[in-house]
Design a protein around this ligand. Structure first.
Ligand SMILES: C[S@@+](CC[C@H](N)C(=O)[O-])C[C@H]1O[C@@H](n2cnc3c(N)ncnc32)[C@H](O)[C@@H]1O
Length: 247
């Protein structure tokens, strides 16, 4: 166990501690991909396809990074849209990356460059990437951490480089909000228990989502960092995101 951990993984205090988040995803890594697909009724795959299309495509040999890559769930849509891309994938959870490495070997001939780093303290080169993508990796960052993230995205992008992020969100509308909150807080942990036996970790995802709400604040933080950015809403706000460019 990491020495950074000061609180149990399913305790609501100190929820943005990197060590706690790393442990949470390590614990869920055996089941995350399946549970994510089943509990989102396939929406997570659809949303990944949609958020990639927010940027202008390129057939060239562009450099792309998939941040908070998990097990590489977003790689298929990235490589479909950018078939000649040099793809780098970053995550700090050894558990998630173990499966990403297996996938890389079996399906991608080890073509994806996987790097195990904390995005907030990374060694990525400056002005290096044409595109930055990130699916479902925003909710576990505090406001201060999101400011750090925005500065890092700006640093690693080339001028005219583009980015797109998406995250599960809480819809603003009355009935849909109630239904979705019930689904996140009650149904996902039950499905988590039925499918894998660790509902407490999946309950924590609902805690992060209800605190995150939607990506409006992320949009402002990225704009304040000097990036040109637009807010995106998916399926009546059940997911939200941002996309934009470094001018
Ligand atoms: C919900 S998963 C998303 C995985 C994948 N992108 C997807 O589309 O399903 C979030 C991932 O972000 C990673 N993560 C969270 N904070 C991070 C940080 N500071 N640096 C690197 N990875 C981080 C976690 O380890 C986890 O694998």
């Amino acid at each position: 166990m990491s020495s950074e951990i000061q609180v149990p993984v399913t305790d609501n205090t100190g929820i943005y501690q990197p060590g706690k988040i790393r442990l949470l995803f390590n614990t869920m890594s055996r089941t995350y991909e399946r549970v994510n697909y089943i509990t989102s009724f396939g929406f997570s795959s659809r949303w990944r396809r949609q958020f990639i299309r927010r940027v202008n495509p390129s057939a060239g040999k562009v450099k792309i990074i998939d941040l908070m890559t998990g097990m590489g769930e977003t790689w298929p849509v990235i490589l479909k849209h950018f078939p000649a891309a040099e793809l780098t994938a970053l995550d700090f959870s050894p558990g998630m990356l173990r499966f990403a490495r297996q996938k890389n070997h079996k399906k991608y001939n080890d073509a994806v460059q996987i790097t195990e780093q904390d995005m907030l303290h990374n060694e990525l080169p400056s002005a290096h990437f044409d595109y930055v993508f990130c699916a479902f990796g925003l909710k576990t960052f505090s406001k201060a951490q999101l400011q750090q993230l925005a500065a890092e995205v700006k640093r690693i992008l080339k001028v005219n480089g583009q980015f797109s992020f998406i995250e599960v969100s809480v819809p603003r509308g009355g009935f849909l909000k109630l239904l979705y909150t019930w689904y996140l807080k009650r149904l996902i942990p039950v499905l988590g228990r039925m499918l894998l036996g660790n509902p407490a970790e999946y309950k924590m995802l609902a805690v992060y989502t209800s605190k995150f709400k939607d990506a409006r604040h992320v949009c402002k933080i990225f704009a304040d960092a000097g990036l040109t950015v637009k807010y995106d809403s998916y399926f009546n706000g059940c997911a939200s995101g941002i996309h934009g460019i470094k001018q």
